[in-house]
Design a protein around this ligand. Structure first.
Ligand SMILES: [Zn+2]
Length: 282
């Protein structure tokens, strides 16, 4: 009922705004139970909205919970997960996320946990260590879990239900914009399934069995989080102990040594003009 009412409201709003300018059409957005859905199908506004809501709910508990010395850290993280994380990830199962969005959400998660655990940036504690200390998974793992549960739920719905029709249907006409194609829900779901080692072709058979799917999701998200932690740890190690030094790129006009080729090209252009060298056409 909620979704049907929402879609008809959206259609009404679109019809109202049709005689207006293109600007009013492209900026059209609708607030459905606190979720912002933009006309251009981008989730930037929704992410901003979620971050601001979660941030205000975090702020409201600042003195009473996070800085309360009579509460244990485990109690605080449980309250954080129940109040702040649920506000932050409301409706996240249907988001089509880009890397930039995940980064924003993870940054917020880390900032909150560091406040709760009273860890300052000068303590040099890694993000992985913070999550381990808090006993919480990353935001990405939570989103993966909720997305897989949601698609299983939609798959088991009757064929006439609107969410199922929307998930399995395609537009009969229209064109895609120039440049890189916009990511679709289908694309992000495929990526999630392959990241969790679930067969992309055979996931629908798995989704029909609710308890089997639940076990598989649990295994998959645990594995996903382990792999994410290993990748993050390796990246940190590589950054802290660089084994291979980059090849230096010396300038042909002066003694300056650039670390990257792109820097050398830019430097040589300026250097030629400064020293009055003739244009090198090599
Ligand atoms: Zn030079």
């Amino acid at each position: 009922m909620g979704v049907e009412a929402f879609i008809s409201a959206f259609v009404i709003q679109r019809q109202d705004s049709l005689p207006g300018t293109l600007c009013s059409l492209t900026s059209a957005k609708l607030n459905n139970l606190g979720s912002i859905i933009s006309y251009d199908a981008k989730i930037d506004k929704e992410i901003d909205n979620r971050l601001s809501d979660a941030s205000s709910s975090f702020g409201r508990l600042y003195k009473r919970v996070w800085k309360n010395k009579n509460l244990r850290a485990t109690t605080k993280t449980r309250v954080y997960r129940a109040v702040v994380v649920t506000t932050l990830l409301y409706g996240s199962e249907s988001w089509v996320l880009y890397r930039s969005h995940t980064r924003l959400l993870e940054r917020f998660h880390q900032r909150c946990l560091r406040t709760i655990l009273d860890v300052h940036w000068t303590d040099y504690v890694s993000n992985v260590a913070i999550l381990e200390q808090a006993g919480l998974p990353s935001i990405e793992a939570m989103i993966v879990k909720s997305r897989l549960r949601w698609v299983g739920h939609v798959h088991r719905m009757d064929d006439h239900r609107l969410p199922k029709i929307v998930m399995y249907s395609e537009l009969s006409s229209g064109y895609r914009e120039r440049g890189a194609p916009r990511k679709r829900y289908k694309d992000s779901l495929k990526r999630t399934l392959s990241a969790c080692d679930i067969d992309v072709q055979g996931w629908s058979d798995l989704a029909t069995d609710r308890s089997a799917l639940r076990c598989r999701i649990q295994e998959a998200t645990t594995k996903f989080e382990e792999e994410r932690i290993t990748a993050a740890t390796n990246k940190r190690l590589r950054r802290d102990n660089p084994t291979q030094t980059p090849t230096p790129h010396p300038c042909r006009h002066c003694s300056r040594i650039c670390r990257a080729r792109i820097g050398l090209i830019s430097h040589e252009r300026a250097c030629r003009q400064r020293h009055g060298h003739p244009l090198d056409l090599r």
